[in-house]
Ligand binder design. Structure first.
Ligand code: GRF
Length: 206
């Protein structure tokens, strides 16, 4: 299966997808393109170092966000990708893009959804004072971080945590789970039943 990874930042999740999936000849999944809205994203460097094509698409080059999304869709089609994997991609898709790729866009979020959606999930959970937070992998729907949940894993929040230390603890699980979720999808082992997702493989859930 050919996948597109969209990233706006450092790309540690992209790196685990490269290392655990793309570079493994026994797994028939290729990262066909890495797309970013941020020309400075270190994710682009990671892709280039692994000889993965990159595309930079800037919001300011388009009249509105629907047309911006359409430019991304053109690249998804050009590289013949069947799954879109968001790995720290910081833009929200407009409804036409979501409808076109329903259940073909996966996102990873650094909190236990539906708690603490949005761009600052780690900070918001910490400020709220929760004792447990974690990671959520979900399909993207028309809302912000509201789509069907594929996998979650919990981590404790320690009394002396700051945003950096809590995020680091969460990322250990992100890097463990995201490649698994992509592999399960490619293997046809993820079934969506309304808002609920069933994984047809007992030993690979979180
Ligand atoms: C991750 O924590 C992910 O949950 C969130 O953005 C962050 C991206 O991290 N959506 P990285 O760029 O993969 O290191």
């Amino acid at each position: 299966m050919r996948i597109a990874v969209l990233a706006s930042g450092s790309g540690t999740n992209l790196q685990t997808l490269i290392d655990q999936i793309h570079r493994d000849p026994t797994i028939d999944i290729q990262i066909a393109v890495v797309i970013s809205d941020n020309p400075q994203a270190y994710a682009l460097t990671r892709a280039r170092e692994s000889d993965i094509p990159t595309e930079v698409i800037l919001t300011e080059d388009y009249a509105d966000r629907v047309q911006f999304d359409e430019a991304i869709a053109e690249q998804i089609e050009r590289y013949r990708c069947e799954l879109i994997v968001l790995a720290g991609y910081m833009k929200v898709f407009q409804p036409p893009f979501v409808r076109r790729y329903r259940y073909r866009i996966m996102n990873i979020h650094p909190a236990l959804l539906p708690a603490f959606p949005g761009a600052h999930g780690v900070r918001d959970a910490l400020e709220y004072g929760v004792k447990v937070s974690g990671v959520t992998i979900h399909f993207v729907d028309e809302g912000v971080d509201t789509g069907p949940i594929i996998m979650q894993a919990a981590v404790p929040v320690m009394p002396d945590d700051d945003e950096t230390s809590l995020h680091a603890r969460i990322q250990v699980h992100e890097h463990r789970l995201y490649p698994k979720a992509v592999e399960l999808y490619a293997a046809g082992k993820i079934k969506i039943e309304g808002q609920r997702v069933r994984i047809l493989d007992d030993d690979t859930t979180s």
